[in-house]
Design a protein around this ligand. Structure first.
Ligand code: ZN
Length: 463
């Protein structure tokens, strides 16, 4: 077996791996790079392999940094099947079509700006039609824990990663001449003990694990403490009098935030005159997907479903899919909670709400997710006094809250504990910033006594 990490092995973006085994060439995830001023700058780069030579693609989950370049792969000649869970297929379709739409919107204003400067810029890597064509190549859905043959004695098994709806880690087994080898790709692992997602399944004994290391250099606070911290931030922000903006990832973070707000609403911790808006068409569609698949989520949600409750809908919350409804939010001068994408404030409707609120001393912004280097979200969290939004420098005077423990990612402890299940597997680390990769490598060597390799991008490893 041979593994090569493409994309950005030393960043938390653009996950993409090539597995060569049993005469097959399989791509695990085909993610878009994030970070930088524009959402797709780095995603137009050509693939470092020939897409026509790839036999199949396996997707671990629907986040853009794991699926975002799939339409480009298809456009450039990949004709094989794409394997994923039913939920990842559903979410992938929504996310890719939205990404293409957002890129073309951004392209429109960038093109006009470039034209005024006498320049031309290249179009986005793909359009909505390309996204829909890619989705057509999905194989029948793969159920958790049921092996699927890829031919030549190679099979794959998806297991619940507990990260987002439909997320999986994937085990490949190659059986030849009575002997076998197996490799597990972690995808993104979930954090144990959360409210909406179940805990990740155990890692099976195997020969090699290729593991993410997003939070490899730090532990999260316990879930309950972070829930309290979030509730306190909401209560304090509402007392400050202005609006509360929550930049939120459409997939998972939004549903978790809604769940917590629902709890606070039921407990009377949010005044009944407070208006809560979910202002993201994508997040609304994904929340509906969560509602269709409640039984795949945390068992406590199944219990609330059996009591006839909707975990994500309650009287104080209003979904605003249309542009008119979104604009109308600005007519509320204060006392509203606005959940909008993108989660790193580098696009989407949240930038309008930040433009209206970031400069106001009585408003608040609550960041409840990871902010990649180079994004406006990261700049704000790191204490920037002003940020550029829609070409305009906006002062940061609002109160900024950062709630890290709501992460959908396992922390260093979670990754190490999960790796214990792999027996004596060699560990290859990817998908983390350099400090996280190095710290996690040291911890795994010290604690689990394993062979650990911090993967160099585009370097083949024979395993
Ligand atoms: Zn993810």
């Amino acid at each position: 077996m041979r593994i090569t990490a493409y994309g950005a092995a030393r960043e938390v973006t653009g996950s993409c791996h090539l597995l060569e085994a049993a005469g097959k060439r399989i791509i695990v995830d085909c993610g878009q790079f994030q970070g930088g001023e524009h959402s797709y700058d780095r995603s137009t780069e050509p693939f470092p392999f020939d897409p026509r030579s790839i036999d199949a693609v396996v997707l671990t989950h629907g986040h853009l940094d794991h699926i975002g370049r799939l339409p480009l792969l298809v456009k450039e000649g990949f004709e094989g099947p794409i394997y994923a869970t039913a939920e990842t297929r559903e979410i992938g379709r929504l996310i890719l079509a939205d990404a293409a739409h957002v890129m073309y919107e951004e392209y429109g204003w960038r093109k006009r700006k470039a034209a005024r400067q006498g320049r031309e810029i290249p179009p986005p890597p793909y359009a909505v039609e390309d996204a829909l064509l890619a989705v057509d190549q999905f194989a029948p859905p793969v159920a958790y824990e049921s092996p699927t043959s890829l031919g030549n004695g190679l099979s794959l098994t998806l297991r619940n990663a507990g990260h987002v709806l439909g997320s999986a880690f994937v085990e490949f087994e190659e059986k030849r001449n009575g002997s076998g080898k197996s490799v597990v790709f972690s995808g993104d692992l979930g954090y144990r003990g959360r409210q909406v997602m179940p805990d990740p399944a155990a890692c099976p004994p195997c020969d090699v694990v290729v593991s993410e290391s997003t939070y490899g250099d730090r532990p999260h606070r316990p879930v309950e403490e972070s829930r309290q911290e979030f509730a306190e931030a909401i209560k304090e922000a509402l007392r400050r009098g202005g609006n509360v903006v929550i930049p939120s990832f459409a997939l998972e973070r939004t549903q978790e935030v809604l769940y917590y707000l629902h709890e606070m609403w039921d407990a009377g911790e949010i005044p009944s005159n407070c208006h809560i808006f979910l202002d993201s068409p994508l997040a609304i569609s994904i929340t509906e997907a969560y509602e269709r698949h409640l039984r795949d989520l945390n068992p406590r949600l199944v219990a609330s479903l059996d009591r006839g409750e909707d975990p994500f809908g309650f009287p104080g919350v209003e979904f605003t899919p249309s542009v008119e409804d979104s604009r109308a939010i600005n007519s509320w001068p204060s006392g509203s909670i606005i959940i909008a994408g993108s989660g790193m404030a580098n696009g989407g409707r949240v930038i309008h709400h930040l433009r209206h609120n970031l400069w106001r001393e009585d408003s608040s912004v609550i960041f409840a997710g990871y902010q990649a280097i180079g994004t406006p979200g990261r700049a704000i969290v790191d204490g920037a006094r002003s940020v550029k939004i829609m070409g305009e420098e906006i002062a940061v005077r609002a109160r900024i809250y950062t709630i890290n423990g709501l992460s959908a990612h396992a922390d260093s402890r979670g990754i190490i504990d999960w790796l214990r299940g792999s027996g004596n597997a060699d560990v290859f680390l990817v998908h983390g910033e350099p400090d996280s990769l190095d710290a996690l490598a040291t911890a795994i060597r010290d604690e689990l006594r394993r062979n650990v390799t911090v993967v160099e991008p585009k370097t083949p490893y024979d395993v």
